[in-house]
Design a protein around this ligand. Sequence first.
Ligand code: AOF
Ligand code: ZN
Length: 370
Amino acid sequence: MKLTPAEQRERDRGHMVRCLELAARHRGRTSPNPIVGCVIVDRRGEVIAEGAHVGPGKDHAERAALKKLDDQAKGSTLYVNLEPCNHHGRTPPCAPFVRASGVARVVIGAMDPIPGHSGGAALLKKAKIAVTTGVLREACERANLPFFTWARHQRPAFTLKAAVTLDGKIATVAGDAKWITGPAAREDVMRLRNGHDAVLVGVGTVLADDPRLTARLRGGRDPIRIVLDRELRTPTTAALLPGARGPRTIIVAAETASSAREAALVAKGAEVWRGLDLPALAQRLGGLGLTSVLVEGGGEVHASFLEARLADQLVLYIAPKIVGGPAKSWVGGVGLAALVDAYGLVFDEETAFIGGDLRVTLSVPGRDSR
Ligand code: AOF
Ligand code: ZN
């Protein structure tokens, strides 16, 4: 049965949502590559294959899906949330492989932001394959904010995360912070960590809470841990030091910090980097191939990321509680005088109740389309 153009567009969006679902399963595992999912649909509209990219050096999503079909892709439609690549990297280019498969139509979400990798859509069009681009483009770009940020600025995307009261506090006036949000929200943070390449905190948080910063959930993978620690005050007994095993821990200190302290921390498995300039740190992390960093505070660290214009996304867990008074808010610093200077963000659509708390995600306008 022939679909109307409106029905076809609706179908296209539905299959693109599925591509994003398949892709999202591998969030935090593919850096510096994007998360990509692919769905192949036959002439009758039935899904005949699905695939996803699972990590660098592994098949791209299109190849993973096509391989399941054994040459039966002829006449079908292939959906993918990122333009099929036209470059030879760790793996051979996808666009010629898609062309050779005999698919009749290719539906693309976002275009590849790396000039040397793009060109797949043009190659397919030239081969007389019908190509539709920009289906759920914004959602596709947002899903790959880490990859797009890294591709465009050679640095990871930074997500600021905080658990706050309704009045924006991260503790009471007496410093009581256990717990602001409930168990479900705290477990959700484990999923966030699991989906980021690295987690970053200030040394104040290490001294106050002694966090492990691991992703404690089934199938979880611990992120790299980063501490901003000007004077190397991180105790050698801190829970986030890797010891013999454990994920990598990078401690970022001032040039002038004590080398005896450095030696003591290195003996516990930490790496010590010198230089606290955030843009320079961001570039260095990008150089390691990290595309996403979760910044877990405290307030001074959040303020410095906002001031450096490096905050790309925000995740706030808001508890239905009020503590009042001069207790610390999740953003420290000296504060702004004029409202026109305020950091402006937009609410994303994913606002959700997590247990009795509210999870609000926001992004910086225009960040993913620059
Ligand atoms: C992926 N997975 O499903 C798609 C990608 O080094 P390579 O060969 O893995 O190439 C990585 C580039 O391929 C990546 O930067 C992006 O431009 C493009 N598309 N990458 O890892 C995929 N479709
Ligand atoms: Zn590819």
